[in-house]
Structures are given as structure tokens and as C-alpha cells.
Design a protein around this ligand. Structure first.
Ligand code: ATP
Length: 291
């Protein structure tokens, strides 16, 4: 699954940032109006999954999502939780338009996502994965990856790195921002790679954010730095997070429990605990893992 994710995410990153950054390229002027339209809709409107059904092309007989309804309220955080195999990553893949629903639709301001140009939508969404894709170039180039050089100054990169709690470790590297990160970022720790990915997303500044939160343990200091950077990144963006940390779940504006291809419970952490249903028992069984 990670391989598929990596390939898709690479495509997202290569596709770069918002429409205005691409005006220098031939042919982009004509799509600029529409790109700006998509971006401004995403900045100011809810995203709705309406009666979404989905089967993967290779398994058309197995319906993974079976009439799923979910509204991602503009500028707020929705945490997606649920048992393994429930379809959480599948929802992410549909939102990012790696696949389209088999039935039902995803809308922004009531407009079907399929009516938007796919590359415009891709520029509107940032994905920060638990295993970020880094390239064999310098730290600075990794942060600015996918954005045209003439529109991203070193100052912009440093600003994003500072907001992502990455600046201090970067300047302690042998060549600072010009240090090569090695094959797939292998010379950096897991927490450092995550903060580079967060800096990249801050620079991309897309209004919609999808986070696949890490399950792998970071040390406490690194965990706090990553969480702090993520909080800054989420601010004001319509965020969907596949949540593994109790702190993320508790602070989310709403939690959607995904099971059997649908949202079976929806509410805040305390509302769902009070309901004493599936979520409450999931928290009960996972409490040790969460903490
Ligand atoms: P986890 O918490 O373990 O990551 P999840 O809730 O994210 O699970 P998904 O990865 O969305 O679940 O998978 C839902 C179902 O879809 C699973 O049964 C999985 O085997 C199946 N699935 C995922 N990707 C594909 C694919 N490319 N082709 C066919 N089936 C797939």
C-alpha cells in the first residue's frame, strides 16, 4: 500500500503549488481562472462525501465504501478513526482523486469534484504521509519541491522550515539548507523527515490538508516538535486526519468512525464517549496504544 501511496504522493508533489505560481508556463494562463475558482471554493466551502460507494478496479466485486456520507467543514479538523481495513485510506485516495467514486459523489460548494480539472484539484490539496517522500537532493530543494524556483525564495523556505520546527536542526547540518539528504532522505531521522514534509506543505499552502498520522513511535521531544508543527499546519485548513494519536482525536472538531464502509458514529471525543458505542470501546481497547 505504501508503494501505491508513494507513487501517488510523488505525483502530487511534482504537480506543485497553487495556480498563480504556474502563470509563467505556456498554457497555464488559460486554466488560471478556473484554478483560482477551485482554490477559492476550497478555501471557503465545505467538502461533502455524499452516498459514496467504491470498489477498487481490481476487485469490482468487493464494495469497500457502501454509501458513505461525511462533511468536512471548512477550516476545521475531522479525525478519521476505525478498525484496520475499514476504508480510511480509501477515503483519502478518493479525496485526493487518485480514484473516483463508483457511485455517489464528492462535492465542494455543491459542485461535483469530477467537474474540476484534476491537476487544479491536486494543487488544492496537500498530503502529509507518515512516511514522507524525500528526494535525493538538498534539504532546501526538498522543502521547495514542485514549486518553480523563481517563485520560492530562500527566505520563504527558511520561514516554512521555522514554522515546521525544522530550521534549528537544518542549520546544524554540515551544509545547512544545502546538505544532501541521501537516498529517500535516509540521512535524516524519522521525525526530521516528517518536519521537512510539513515545511513543504506549509510552503505549498494548499487549503485542504490530508494527514496520515504516524503510528511509529518518535521520541518524546521529536513527537512534540512534530505535533507542534502539525498544529501550525492544520490551522485554518480543511483537514482530514487518519488519526492515531489520542491528542489529535481529542482536539479534532469532529471524529468520524469508519466501519463497514460507512461512517457509523460522528461527534466530538466526549460526545462519542458518552454514547458508549463503538468509538468508546475502540478507545478502551486502544488506550494503551494511544498513550
Ligand atoms: P488501515 O488502518 O489498516 O490502514 P484502512 O481503514 O485505511 O486500514 P484501507 O487501506 O482503505 O483501510 O483498505 C480497505 C480495504 O480495501 C481493505 O480490505 C484493503 O485490502 C482493500 N484495498 C486497499 N487498497 C486496495 C487496492 N489497491 N486494490 C484492492 N483492494 C484494496
Amino acid at each position: 500500500r505504501n508503494k501505491v501511496h508513494d507513487k501517488n504522493i510523488e505525483a502530487l508533489l511534482v504537480n506543485g503549488s497553487n495556480g498563480t505560481m504556474r502563470t509563467r508556463n505556456t498554457g497555464y494562463m488559460s486554466s488560471l481562472k478556473s484554478a483560482t475558482h477551485v482554490r477559492s471554493l476550497a478555501q471557503s466551502c465545505d467538502i461533502c462525501l455524499e452516498d459514496v460507494h467504491f470498489s477498487y478496479p481490481l476487485r469490482p466485486d468487493v464494495e469497500i465504501l457502501q454509501g458513505l456520507d461525511l462533511t468536512l467543514k471548512c477550516g476545521t479538523v475531522t479525525a478519521l478513526v476505525g478498525p484496520s481495513g475499514a476504508g480510511k485510506s480509501t477515503i483519502v485516495q478518493l479525496l485526493a482523486r487518485f480514484y473516483e467514486p463508483t457511485r455517489g459523489c464528492i462535492t465542494v460548494a455543491g459542485e461535483d469534484l469530477r467537474t474540476f480539472d484534476k491537476s487544479e484539484w491536486v494543487r488544492t490539496v496537500s498530503i502529509v504521509n507518515q512516511e514522507p517522500v524525500l528526494f535525493s537532493v538538498s534539504v532546501g530543494e526538498n522543502i521547495a519541491y514542485g514549486l518553480p524556483d523563481e517563485y520560492v525564495s530562500r527566505d520563504d523556505v527558511i520561514k516554512a522550515a521555522k514554522a515546521a520546527n525544522a530550521h534549528d536542526f537544518i542549520i546544524s547540518l554540515p551544509q545547512g539548507y544545502d546538505t544532501l539528504v541521501g537516498e529517500r532522505g535516509g540521512l535524516l531521522s524519522g521525525g526530521q523527515r516528517q518536519r521537512i514534509a510539513i515545511a513543504r506543505a506549509l510552503l505549498k499552502n494548499a487549503p485542504v490538508l490530508i494527514l496520515d498520522e504516524a503510528t511509529s513511535a518518535l521520541d518524546t521531544v521529536s513527537e512534540r516538535l512534530v505535533q507542534d508543527a502539525l498544529n501550525r499546519l492544520m490551522k485554518g485548513r480543511t483537514t482530514l486526519v487518519i488519526a492515531h494519536r489520542l491528542s489529535t482525536v481529542q482536539n479534532a472538531n469532529q471524529i468520524a468512525l469508519c466501519s463497514d464502509g460507512k461512517v457509523s458514529e460522528l461527534g466530538t471525543h466526549f460526545e462519542l464517549l458518552e454514547k458508549n458505542g463503538q468509538y468508546a470501546s475502540l478507545v478502551g481497547t486502544q488506550r494503551l496504544a494511544f498513550e
